[in-house]
Design a binder for this molecule. Sequence first.
Ligand SMILES: [Zn+2]
Length: 236
Amino acid sequence: MTLLKRLILLSFILTFAFPYQAFAYKVVLDAGHGGSDPGATGVNGLREKDVNWDITQKVRDELVAKGYEVVLTRTDDSYWSLAQRVEFTNTLQADLFVSIHANAHPDGKTKGTMVLYYDNDYPQEDYPASDTMKQLTPYNKDLAQHVLDSLLAAAGTKNLGLIPSAVYVARMGTIPSILVETAFLSQTSDAALLASDSVRSKMAAGIADGIAAYSPPLFTDSLDHWAREAIMRMKK
Ligand SMILES: [Zn+2]
């Protein structure tokens, strides 16, 4: 049996015999902002960096309980640049990247949940994506949709949909990547949701369930891996 056939057979066996924990998927969770960068400030005084950090820890716990390997970017209330977050992630050979944020809008009325992802159909000339991320568009979008659906179902927030975006952490990496905007700190009822520990737990469970519903492509660490195309076809 050739190595390729062995790999495909192994992939079949693992996928069907152990659908959830077969590959011990490694997930990078990125709590937005931190340290000297508080992010948005809520109408109720909440700081975005604190909300993001709490939800991120809860998502980590949910994923670990599901058998995932989880790596955090910042692990405390410290400042990390966007480039640091992506560079760190690129060293990990992880399977997917999820950045967790809360939103704000100056009108004070906008509320709801959205998920940002890089989409090569909406390129921004001044903010080019990494070559790998350009190829990952369908995976980014698929991951974004699973997480959005699951988060909305768990939290009951308004659906603002998927947003193609050239935000740095979603476009510069080399694995499927999304940025979750849980709810708006600038709007009264959303800010009250974000202030609730039980709602934050529900949001975290929703994000984790969305990640679990998504099956990342194999060999994201090496898009031109010789067996990649064959295995992708097989997975379809
Ligand atoms: Zn933010």
